[in-house]
Design a protein around this ligand. Structure first.
Ligand code: ATP
Ligand code: MG
Length: 433
């Protein structure tokens, strides 16, 4: 999509808010010209109202995986936890980073943040969201300046924006990175085998595939790119379902972690829902633990193999000391026949978690989970005990290889040592007796 020249001003495209009387049309865009009209969204007294399209009703699909089964009539959002939106649609909104970009764009157009409704924010996503849901009328996307994509420049500008300063790449960052969730700056790009980068929207030139590239936020280790790469490599060796991933090197810096997008396959778009959306529980709600992940996985996928994969992720996060394990760190993807499975993993890194605890508990234990907690968790979800023992041993063997994996990924000695100490702490209860 291009910016209309008529609307372009000093700050790029004109930015208009939705007319409150105009419903937002939701469409599932499978790509390659195939679209399913999903319905219309309006907002009334702090809650979104959804009316399903007859085509969606007839499709037999449930895009919410159970939280909002389609039915005729108006379906009101159940809670105000997602600013009054249904979790199904709120999942298309970005978290703090994308939010900051839209707020900054609005400010440049004289629109205060308070005037942006959740539907305006969805209109801001338009067709550029993660997954396959699209929203119309879409807000005119930022004009994408001509020229190449220089990752170190974007990363530096992102840090300025996070610090509340101005940055010349604001428009480009908004265009390339305004839609994915998460707190860290990131961009969606097309990447080819030779490392060339193009804007990662919709259909890419031949030879390019869709990738997400992450930049450090201010509070991150400086070498977070190599650390996340090494963590993904540990996850791969531990048998988790990982996407293609790589470290994109930079001439004078540690480089950037990049993962192939699991919501795109060439021109095909894949519908995604996070655990947060499915359970109507935003990140940070302490009710969601690994028990809920396992039970939701069983209910949504109806596949014992997927429950085992979810359990493997729980063990990995425990033994890899990934305590930033909130409910938006787990997602499900749906194929066009309506079959769900866990998405490949993402956002695996060394993290201490709030107050030093896991955000998701292991059958009640979040501070120092041990074998008894894992066994209880497994029993709650009918995961067989021999599988638990096998996975724990396998992941312990992999985390013991951390120093070599870290060195291969270019992690600094200081970060590697800090993480080694954390991995030893996490493994301690499993080494007793
Ligand atoms: N490989 C991928 N393919 C498609 N979507 C992805 C991929 N990796 C991440 N995402 C989406 O982008 C979002 C943000 O990614 P990620 O969790 O890695 O970022 P983050 O900023 O580090 O997050 P946090 O704020 O949790 O630390 C995820 O919630 C997920 O929806
Ligand atoms: Mg995340």
């Amino acid at each position: 999509m291009i910016c209309c020249a008529a609307g372009a001003g000093r700050h790029g495209c004109a930015m208009r808010l939705l007319d409150p009387a105009t419903p937002l049309a939701v469409t599932l865009d499978w790509g390659e010209g195939r679209r399913l009209p999903v319905g219309r969204l309006a907002f009334d007294r702090g809650r979104a109202l959804f009316e399903a399209d007859p085509a969606y009703l007839a499709s037999g699909l449930d895009l919410s995986a159970g939280s909002y089964p389609p039915r005729p009539g108006i379906i009101r959002a159940q809670t105000d936890r997602f600013e009054g939106l249904h979790g199904l649609f709120a999942d298309s909104l970005p978290d703090s980073w994308g939010r900051l970009l839209l707020n900054r764009r609005a400010a440049r157009h004289g629109i205060t943040t308070a005037r942006l409704t959740p539907l305006d924010r969805l209109a801001g996503i338009g067709e550029l969201g993660i997954g396959a849901l699209t929203f119309r009328p879409a807000m005119e996307p930022e004009a994408a300046p001509d020229g190449g994509i220089d990752l170190p420049t974007l990363a530096r500008d992102a840090l300025h924006l996070l610090a509340g300063e101005e940055a010349p790449s604001l428009a480009l960052l908004q265009r390339l990175g305004g839609s994915p969730g998460g707190a860290r700056p990131k961009v969606l790009v097309g990447l080819d085998g030779a490392g060339a980068l193009v804007h990662g929207e919709q259909v890419l030139p031949p030879g390019f595939t869709h990738w997400i590239v992450k930049f450090p936020a201010g509070e991150d280790m400086e070498d977070i790119g190599p650390v996340e790469t090494a963590y993904m490599e540990m996850a791969r060796q531990a048998g988790l379902r990982v996407p293609d991933f790589k470290l994109i090197t930079a001439p004078d810096g540690p480089g950037f972690f990049a993962a192939r997008r699991f919501d795109r396959d060439g021109a095909v778009r894949i519908h995604v829902q996070s655990l947060c959306a499915i359970l109507e529980a935003p990140p940070g709600l302490t009710l969601i633990g690994y028990r809920e992940l396992l039970l939701a996985t069983r209910q949504v996928t109806r596949d014992a193999g997927e429950v085992k994969e979810a359990f493997r992720r729980a063990v990995f996060n425990l033994l890899a000391h990934n305590r930033d394990d909130h409910a938006k760190q787990h997602s499900f993807i749906m194929d066009q026949s309506g079959r769900w499975r866990l998405s490949p993993v993402y956002d695996l890194t060394f993290a201490s978690g709030p107050g030093g605890e896991h955000q998701m508990d292991f059958a009640g234990e979040a501070r120092q989970p041990g074998p008894a907690d894992l066994n209880r968790l497994a029993d709650l979800a009918d995961v067989p005990r021999p599988f638990v023992r096998q996975v724990v041993q396998q992941v312990l063997d992999i985390t013991a290889r951390w120093p070599a994996i870290a060195e291969a990924a270019g992690v600094t000695k200081t970060s590697a040592a800090q993480i080694t100490a954390g991995l030893e702490r996490a493994a301690r209860p499993f080494r007793k007796g």
